[in-house]
Design a protein around this ligand. Structure first.
Ligand SMILES: Cc1cc2nc3c(=O)[nH]c(=O)nc-3n(C[C@H](O)[C@H](O)[C@H](O)COP(=O)(O)OP(=O)(O)OC[C@H]3O[C@@H](n4cnc5c(N)ncnc54)[C@H](O)[C@@H]3O)c2cc1C
Length: 456
């Protein structure tokens, strides 16, 4: 079995490692960095920057913890080196793991030339590779509307921010979804004067309104300006009345914001346009995403698609598990043991301050479906560890079935929410009950005690 994988992000490299471990001959083709956009531009660099920004904003909140004075100043070179070092380390570790499993890595850009072959444009010429099965895992890139022309200098996409060439004195963030609010948090932590363009009346549309309200309060407390109910229609560089080079963001309701920088965070588009999918007979939808079944198989039974291009959840964690499932299916293991991926049970987190994480059924979703649920909510203010940490913001909310006690979902807002949600995620996936959580012998003092209280 020769298994060819296009794209070395989380979906591609997980599929490669597992398929090789199960005995396949695996070739992985990557045009940029092994580890993918996740390592190069998305998860890893953004969270590294947010960790440093978070350390600054944390130091501003530790008044009252018995310290006389704490000062922080950003060392731009130190920060750049730190981001680069973590990215390089992760990419090197992934490359080494793939090599140790015998995966061949081909550097170049791939496209299909037939139902069983790809052509790869490499630095030394074009190489044709035949395959028995293939995985398309080419990820996505920032969506750039025709009314905006990012220049990588003042008008930025999320990929230009690690760190930006020049730290913004002021910045307008366009887009108030997960990526947008993380960038607001990041730039506000580094001391920029931030404006967020929010197309609806709530940041994080679709997320728990209680969680969004806490985040909005945090933003307003840090001086972030929220422009609600506004859609950006133009972003351009102009000269201000006092002769400064600035960026002007114009909105559909006539409002205008002028800042030194602007960053676009309005979603992504799939990297399928240069793959010549038609040569392999693979279909994609109008948006360029490739429809898949529950085994990640496309309309061609020997060609799979996973990660962002599958149009499911654009999360690195989901891409990795899809990659693993593909490897099992390619090697015939799904007939022995297989649990379909349930995308409704994927945990996700927003790395703001406080952090926001959720999993499974949301309260609003249950009401919309007319489903009976039990909702219990415990504020961290009643948890000793939150008081010790001097950060009692946020809450734990658990949604369960009133008849059986089975945990259906939950959300957490507060310190370490991204870690704590794992307990609820496990309960949701394994059909555990609230009693299972209450009767777990947890650590004291720990933020996790709020989980047990919420499960009571
Ligand atoms: C700012 C930002 C922050 C994020 N933070 C998080 C987070 O904290 N947690 C989380 O779970 N998710 C996060 N995400 C989402 C996450 O980055 C993606 O869901 C994830 O990278 C998708 O993985 P993938 O394997 O589909 O593709 P990618 O990681 O995009 O990898 C695809 C690879 O394919 C290669 N490729 C493309 N076309 C070709 C070709 N023709 N030939 C050869 N190679 C090709 C690309 O070079 C790339 O390396 C974030 C996204 C953004 C934008």
């Amino acid at each position: 079995m020769h298994f060819v994988i296009i794209g070395g992000g989380p979906a591609g490299n997980q599929a490669a490692t597992y398929a090789a471990r199960l005995g396949a001959k695996v070739t992985m083709i990557e045009r940029d960095v092994v580890g993918g956009a996740a390592h190069l531009w998305d998860c890893i660099p953004s969270k590294t920057m947010i960790a440093t920004g978070g350390a600054i904003s944390y130091s501003e909140r530790i008044e009252g913890m018995g310290l006389a004075d704490v000062t922080t100043a950003v060392d731009n070179d130190g920060l750049t080196n730190r981001v680069e070092a973590i990215k390089d380390r992760m990419s090197a570790d992934t490359t080494q793991l793939l090599a140790s499993q015998g995966v061949e890595i081909v550097r170049g850009s791939a496209r299909f030339v037939g139902p069983h072959s790809v052509a790869v444009d490499t630095a030394t010429g074009t190489r044709e590779i035949a395959f028995d099965a293939a995985l398309i895992a080419t990820g996505s890139r920032p969506r750039i509307p025709d009314w905006c022309h990012p220049d990588g200098d003042r008008i930025l996409t999320t990929r230009d921010c690690y760190p930006p060439r020049q730290f913004p004195e002021s910045i307008t963030v366009v887009g108030s979804g997960v990526t947008g609010v993380e960038f607001v948090h990041m730039f506000a932590s580094f001391g920029a004067d931030v404006t967020l363009v929010v197309s609806r009346q709530q940041v994080l549309p679709g997320k728990d309104p209680d969680a969004a309200a806490i985040l909005e309060n945090d933003f307003l407390g840090r001086g972030v300006r929220l422009l609600k109910g506004a859609r950006a229609t133009a972003i351009e560089r102009v000269t201000s009345d006092d002769g400064r080079d600035i960026v002007r963001v114009s909105c559909d309701d006539g409002r205008v914001v002028e800042t030194t920088h602007a960053v676009l965070a309005i979603g992504s588009v799939p990297n399928t346009d240069t793959l010549d999918l038609a040569a392999a007979g693979v279909e994609c939808d109008d948006g360029g995403y490739i429809p898949i079944n529950h085994h990640c198989v496309t309309n061609q039974p020997h060609i799979y698609a996973a990660g962002d291009i599958s149009g499911k959840l654009p999360l690195s964690s989901v891409a990795s598990v899809q990659g693993r499932k593909v490897a099992e299916h390619v090697m015939g293991l799904h007939t022995v043991e297989h649990r379909h991926l349930d995308y409704d049970k994927a945990a996700s987190a927003i790395f703001t301050e406080p952090e926001i994480a959720d999993v499974g059924l949301a309260e609003a979703e249950a009401f919309a479906m007319g489903r009976k649920i039990r909702v219990t909510k415990v504020p961290f203010a009643t948890t000793p560890k939150a008081l010790i940490n001097n950060d009692p913001r946020g809450f734990v909310k658990i949604v369960s079935d009133p008849a059986t006690g089975v945990v259906l979902g939950g959300s957490i807002v507060g310190q370490h929410a991204a870690e704590l949600i794992s307990v609820i995620a496990l309960a949701v996936t394994a059909n555990l009950t609230v009693t299972d959580i209450v009767e777990s012998l947890l650590v004291h003092p720990a933020l996790a005690e709020a989980l047990a209280q919420a499960a009571e």
